[in-house]
Design a protein around this ligand. Structure first.
Ligand code: ADP
Ligand code: MG
Length: 707
């Protein structure tokens, strides 16, 4: 009997029965190191082997899928052409023979041996070739070994991810043994009231059931990962995740005192009077939230999320003015030099009105210029600094930095975010993103940030019309551009993303702009903008474009974010199939910024992958960044979407952020409530929680152990 109190979660798998060093090594490849890892290594699907059919009773077309079990009678490898190799086997049970074949997996020939017992499951067909016979095409198979047939048949069977030298069947046997030994003793770690409140399956039962479901379980719920047992384990995972985030948020909030700004700002009042429009109610609401944070004496750590064109810059500028009026310095960081410049030009206009000094700080500044700028920052001679990554490099030092604004944060790694935060003093932070973060991710990856959302666009903007063209239809696109130029509008053409090489992208952009200028629009001015240009040149081109001296701006993706020119109403994206959804949405966001009807033309070459087609369809269908982000998440899966791997969060094995939103929200609510009531996790009911948390967030929780 194992003591529940000291359940050996952390026992290395090597010391489990039937494992040993060799298998422990193989388990390692599956990321399974401890008993806990093994217990929570869930099947990725289940197979219904409750009924094994006798071959005599097989009928085509009746069931979608059948399972048979028999001995391999013959094996053949047939090459029908250079490109087609078929492995064909005949399997016999005591009632008859059925055939199975697999395409282009010649290695199967050596895997199968005559006389071996094999289980096949799949769809049944009649093959009329060479005399009608029953056949299964590419069925799933499992070769039987000597042991425990009752474990692998006559039940709903778990199928595990395999690794070379370790089959699902072997893993199944080991997990069965481990569960026989430990399964009943797995201790509950969730507080009892919580388990009761949501009528949850006990942990022990949930783990056993996920591996070896009872015979009346629903296969579709199991395979969907939404059986009660799965939901329980998903809750655990998400609860621990949110518990960690709640702690982190608390630590950030209480770690150090920040600045309590006086938010009754005259500057902001004045700014409002200078503006040719009034703020949208969403902007007002968000500014109120920011001002509340700034007014309190804990360091603000807020994410401002708003779709492209929703007017984030202005809100940020109001926050900036508050900090400046309080006598603090402000740093505004943008992901590209071009965007930093644009911010600089815009804010320069306003800062003049307030007699504030500002400077632009980028990596391509001359040495003297840079030293000069650094000295000014250090001595408080300059109030507002606008820059790129260069701003977070080592030498930069502020006299009294009060606020950091990060624009378009999705372009910054998590690390950089952290570095800014460490910058000596404890400034308030406002992080802006136009890449809409789906709710689920806002609750997880960014769970320790406070969130403000601008959820409406300024009024009077007709939605952008989007159309997908193929390469042959380019003349149509150009004809439309001509019309737009005649009407006094401007346009962008974004060049194909050739590969992750700036050099090649550059060549493509240069060539395209030359062709467009010479051959298509000889009487218009075509400009070229890319990342490798000198600062002065970029500035000049942006200025010319802003002034309307350039009609068509050919650009690499350097213009992806931020650029704001309401008179540009057409966005053409070449090779749109190569871009991700978020990127396409950003690019499209460069137009539709005024009251004129705007267009986005996506030129896509054929053939495209299914994913690419899906992306282009989404773009045509919706202009809502939130919808697009959800679709993006669905197409790409959460892992890739935000690089959760690099986000410093524990990985999710059971829960799926898309599927389990409701569980996530519940888990979040309960976790935050729990931390509210027991911030140090030292109440008796919190002890097991704390232990689980420490295991889960190992190495990621300095704040737990120090805080
Ligand atoms: P984003 O959120 O994409 O950064 P910007 O801050 O660049 O958006 O704003 C987009 C455009 O909308 C700018 O030209 C800005 O001047 C304008 N704008 C911002 N707020 C309003 C408003 N309340 N009414 C009308 N136009 C606005
Ligand atoms: Mg912006």
């Amino acid at each position: 009997m194992i003591s529940k109190k000291h359940f050996p979660w952390e026992t290395p798998v090597q010391y489990l029965k039937k494992v040993g060093p060799k298998r422990a090594f193989l388990f390692g490849k599956l990321d399974i190191k401890t008993l806990e890892d093994l217990l929570t290594f869930l099947p990725f699907r289940y197979e219904d082997r409750r009924e094994i059919k006798k071959i005599r009773d097989l009928t085509v077309g009746k069931e979608a899928y059948v399972v048979v079990y028999g001995a391999i009678q013959s094996i053949a490898l047939i090459e029908t052409s250079r490109w087609m190799k078929i492995v064909n086997i005949a399997v016999r049970d005591e009632t008859g023979v059925v055939h199975a074949k697999w395409f282009n997996q010649p290695y199967l020939k050596d895997l199968f041996k005559k006389g071996d017992q094999i289980m096949l499951s799949g769809k049944l067909k009649t093959n009329y070739f060479g005399g009608a016979h029953l056949e299964m095409e590419s069925p799933l198979y499992e070769l039987a070994d000597a042991g425990e047939p009752q474990l692998h048949m006559g039940r709903i069977v778990p199928i595990y991810h395999e690794t070379k030298g370790f089959t699902s069947r072997q893993i199944r046997s080991i997990i069965k043994m481990v569960l026989d030994q430990y399964g009943q003793d797995i201790p509950e770690f969730l507080p009892a009231p919580l388990v009761k409140k949501y009528s949850m399956t006990s942990l022990s039962e949930a783990i056993c059931e996920c591996h070896f479901p009872s015979s009346d379980a629903s296969l579709s719920l199991l395979n969907g990962g939404i059986s009660l047992a799965h939901q329980r384990l998903a809750f655990d995972e998400l609860f621990l995740l949110e518990l960690g985030l709640a702690l982190r948020k608390k630590t950030v909030a209480t770690r150090e005192k920040g600045i309590a700004f006086n938010t009754a700002s005259k500057y902001v009042m004045q700014l409002r009077n200078l503006l040719p429009f009034s703020l949208t109610s969403a902007q007002e609401k968000v500014f109120t939230e920011i001002a509340e944070d700034m007014g309190s004496d804990y360091p603000m750590y807020r994410l401002l999320q708003g779709d492209v064109g929703s007017g984030k810059t202005l809100v940020a500028f109001m926050a900036i003015l508050v900090a400046l009026e309080n006598g603090y310095q402000v740093a505004l960081m943008a992901p590209t030099a071009i965007l930093a410049e644009q911010h600089f030009l815009l804010l320069k206009k306003y800062c003049k009105a307030f007699n504030l000094s500002l400077l632009l700080f980028t990596s391509d500044m001359k040495k003297k210029e840079k030293e000069d700028a650094l000295a000014k920052m250090e001595s408080d001679e300059v109030h507002l600094v606008i820059g790129t990554h260069a701003l977070i490099q080592g030498q930069v030092c502020f006299k009294n930095l009060g606020l950091v604004v990060v624009d378009e944060q999705h372009k910054f790694g998590v690390l950089q975010r952290a570095r800014l935060f460490e910058k000596g003093v404890r400034p308030d932070m406002l992080i802006m993103t136009a890449t809409p973060i789906p709710r689920t991710l806002a609750l997880t990856v960014y769970g320790d940030l406070h969130l403000s959302v601008i959820d409406t666009l300024p009024p009077g903007r007709p939605p952008i019309k989007t159309r997908v063209f193929n390469g042959k239809q380019r003349p149509q696109v150009y004809a439309y551009l001509k019309q737009a130029f005649t009407a006094g509008r401007q346009a962008y053409v974004v060049c194909p993303l050739v590969e992750a090489s700036e050099k090649v992208d550059l060549k493509a952009a240069t060539e395209l702009s030359a062709t467009l200028q010479k051959e298509i629009f000889p009487d218009r001015k075509v400009g070229l903008l890319h990342g490798r240009q000198k600062r002065e040149e970029k500035e000049r081109i942006m200025r010319e474009f802003q002034k309307g001296l350039i009609d068509l701006l050919v650009a690499t993706t350097v213009i992806e974010v931020g650029i704001d020119l309401p008179n540009a109403t057409v966005m053409v994206v070449e090779h749109a199939e190569r871009f991700g959804l978020a990127q396409l949405h950003q690019l499209r966001g460069r137009v539709g910024r005024g009251t004129k009807q705007s267009y986005c033309f996506l030129i896509a070459e054929y053939p495209q992958s299914n994913d690419a087609k899906a992306r282009l369809q989404v773009m045509q269908k919706s202009t809502d960044g939130f919808v697009i982000a959800e679709e993006d998440l669905a197409i790409r899966g959460p892992g890739e979407f935000f690089g959760t791997r690099q986000s410093g969060l524990p990985e999710l094995k059971v829960a799926n952020l898309m599927r389990d939103v409701v569980i996530l929200e519940t888990a979040r609510k309960e976790a935050f409530l729990w931390i509210e009531n027991d911030p140090a996790l030292n109440q008796p009911e919190s002890i097991p929680l704390r232990a689980s948390l420490e295991r889960k967030w190992k190495g990621k929780i300095e704040w737990l152990t120090t805080g």
